[in-house]
Design a protein around this ligand. Structure first.
Ligand SMILES: [Zn+2]
Length: 441
């Protein structure tokens, strides 16, 4: 589908007039926002940056070329803070036979024999091209890190991080079962990835006798290397899964200075109210941020593999309660077309639309847009945070939709992504490009 906005590449100074922007993310002094938190505004773009933003639907300068958006929404570009580029798009050759979490784990473990440099490079690049075309400018991926995969994937990640600099800022965190942190040979490999490839420090946490000593080792590694922490936490419907509390306790006890992001935390939503409240307070005190993965959770959680029972639970964590307690909350893509999630395209508008439906980010819409932009960019420690404020890089996504009811009603495939003031022409790549690579057996 063609882009809604055509801005000639030679134009270095122009105006986007008669737009609607989220007031929570722009310095619009005194502008009254509607029920969706949007207000009319015009932007002046100069040499790749936002030179000015003014409330109202009229031009800022009379003589400067302008594009009338006719009330269309303009957002800063998206940050996708939790993905799995290395698993992406293996579905055609490695389906999930019953849609369960256990089958997903097994299928990915089996498929890893195919993950050589060429296979990884092609699939990870495909994912990045999708994300870029949809308007994502920063992305964090988890990387399956167990021998011998660790030594194969991390150099490819580093290569792509260099190649994509300026288009998508990339970070990565190692992914492995928490017990492995106590295995010296494994831990040495992780330490190498942290030192050599600037990996974050992370693992998958659940209840295990190894949880505390393993966490201690990972916290110490993060402290020694000045790294941030990123964990997959309690991705289960079992209310006995309480590893989030263990991470919060450890962070408080050690007075950990870096950033900590915990993903999933599904069991928190099913734990007794009093306990969950106490954990949420600890999470807030520890300065931990939480990312929910609503599409993947909806797919995997509460699935009866014999299909004798319709799912009753949406699978997501207690995002509203966390936010109310002052915990930074965000949502992200997670898996794409792999055994953990059969669908997905690294489209953060889709994530936000589905989050709005699954997590009730609506009525009122409040400032939930930050969960896919500002808050995620902050946890990634981005120097240039996507923003609509004067001086910010003009990294924008412009839609024809004028309100959230229009925005969420359609996929918005005609959105225009603007990067450093230039409208990009990129389209998501054709799935056929991967045919030779991931053909089914
Ligand atoms: Zn994940």
């Amino acid at each position: 589908m063609s882009k809604s906005l055509r801005i000639p590449p030679s134009l270095t100074r122009y105006q986007l007039v008669n737009a609607r922007v989220p007031t929570s993310m722009s310095a619009l002094g005194g502008a009254r926002s509607d029920e969706d938190g949007l207000a009319p505004a015009s932007l002046l773009i100069e040499n790749g940056r936002i030179a000015a933003i003014k409330a109202g639907a009229v031009a800022i300068e009379a003589a400067t070329p302008l594009f009338d958006l006719d009330g269309g929404i303009v957002l800063p570009t998206f940050t996708d803070v939790h993905t799995h580029l290395d698993k992406g798009h293996i579905w055609p050759r490695r389906r999930n036979p019953d849609g369960s979490f256990a089958s997903a784990l097994l299928a990915c473990r089996t498929d890893r024999e195919n993950w050589n440099a060429a296979d990884l490079r092609a699939r990870m690049r495909f994912g990045l091209e999708c994300a870029y075309a949809h308007g994502t400018s920063a992305l964090r991926t988890h990387i399956d890190s167990m021998s011998p995969q660790t030594a194969i994937t991390w150099p490819i990640f580093a290569e792509l991080r260099d190649a994509w600099r300026g288009r998508i800022a990339l970070q990565a965190s190692p992914l492995f079962a928490i017990e492995l942190a106590l295995d010296d040979a494994h831990f040495d490999e992780i330490r190498l990835a942290v030192r050599e490839f600037k990996a974050l420090v992370g693992a998958v946490t659940y209840m295990s006798a190894a949880l505390e000593p393993a966490l201690e080792r990972l916290f110490r590694l993060a402290e020694e290397t000045g790294s941030d922490l990123d964990f997959h936490v309690d991705e289960t419907n079992d209310p006995e899964s309480c590893s989030l509390e263990a991470i919060a306790d450890m962070a408080i006890m050690r007075r950990f200075q870096g950033k900590i992001l915990c993903a999933h935390c599904c069991s928190l939503a099913l734990q007794p109210e009093e306990y969950a409240k106490r954990v949420i307070e600890k999470v807030a005190r520890a300065g931990i941020a939480i990312v929910s993965l609503p599409m993947c959770n909806l797919y995997l959680q509460d699935r009866d593999v014999k299909a004798e029972r319709t799912p009753r639970w949406r699978g997501v964590t207690a995002v509203h309660e966390l936010k109310r307690a002052g915990v930074p909350v965000m949502v992200a893509s997670d898996n794409t077309r792999d055994p953990f999630y059969a669908y997905g395209d690294l489209d953060m508008l889709e994530v936000f639309r589905e989050a709005t439906r699954i997590l009730h980010f609506d009525h009122p819409a409040a400032d939930w847009l930050k969960t896919v932009t500002e808050t995620s960019a902050a946890i990634m420690g981005m120097e240039e945070k996507p923003s609509l404020r004067p001086g910010a890089v003009a990294d924008l996504v412009a839609f024809k939709a004028r309100s959230f009811t229009e925005l969420f009603a359609r996929p918005q495939n005609d959105r225009t992504v603007i990067r450093a003031g230039n409208a990009i022409m990129a389209e998501p790549p054709d799935h056929r490009e991967l045919d030779g690579l991931v053909a089914g057996e």
